[in-house]
Write a protein that binds this ligand. Sequence first.
Ligand code: BJW
Ligand code: ZN
Length: 261
Amino acid sequence: MKNTHHDIPPALLQALHQARRVVVFTGAGVSAESGIATFRDALTGLWSRFDAQALATPEAFREHPDVVWGWYEWRRAQALRAKPNAAHRAIAELARHVPELAVVTQNVDDLHERAGSARVTHLHGSLHAPRCSACAAPQAFAAEHPDEPDGGRRIAPPACARCRAPVRPGVVWFGESLPAEAWNSAWRAVQACDLLFSIGTSALVYPAAELPQRALASGATVVQINPAATPLDAHAHHNLRGAAADVMPRLLAAAGFGLAV
Ligand code: BJW
Ligand code: ZN
């Protein structure tokens, strides 16, 4: 059914053509087709014995630093191998067709940037910016390119160059605050937007999941793109069921925003 846009509602296209400020809020699903497992699927191989929600905590890192560091090195290897997909590219292209567009991502990969998006706010940090767990000094990886077997393995975290405490991933774990600057900038963009896309997120993790709600409260049109149901379904103006890498290019084409795919 190439070149037919029957599933892109005309009201959505109208909102897109009239939008002055657009926020694209993304989650792990946007990187799924780049071969990066979504958060709630990220526990294959060795990690299938663990619970992601339990591993992504300061307590897990304290008690099992080699398990947690090994998990993040495995995911970093995956992210380094991955390439942006058609969804990342469509989001970068969309920015050329609207007056203002901000990407607010929960993802810890850098695929939006590599696809060419200029304004990207990372709410949950990065796989590529380790820091000391005690003194917070930025750290280098022991190996720039981790060579991870597919199943992953336990790896002892390196010691801080300054204070010898274990180096930790530069991500936001459960129970930790989001970086204030990132959160404030996301909140401002969402408050001012007239159109918000929520793409590839289960919309379960707070405070990030407040952003689409905030957009709704301030009168913006909210469009969700996800192959599965989420708590946002009941509130979004438009729910486009499908993979982001499939829906986003079709949406751009339907809007008349050319995109080489
Ligand atoms: C596709 C697709 C395709 C598939 N195309 N789509 C009640 C109880 C306990 C705690 C809380 C509570 N209420 C609130 C909290 C606090 C907690 C929280 O929200 N918990 C909930 C789980 C209930 N939040 C926090 O702790 C936050 N901090 C905080 O609140 O600070 C204040 C505070 C201070 C002190 C004490 C208490 C509070 C911090 C949250 C940090 C989240 N960090 C993580 C880990 C980052 C590092 C890492 O990656 O390891 O961020 S958790 C994880 O979830 C990760 C993600 O960014 C985030 C969101 O996940 P996402 O992106 O939505 O992925 P998935 O896997 O869930 O979903 C993928 C989706 O894609 C699915 O819907 C698929 O259908 C879809 N999909 N293929 C499009 N091809
Ligand atoms: Zn240190």
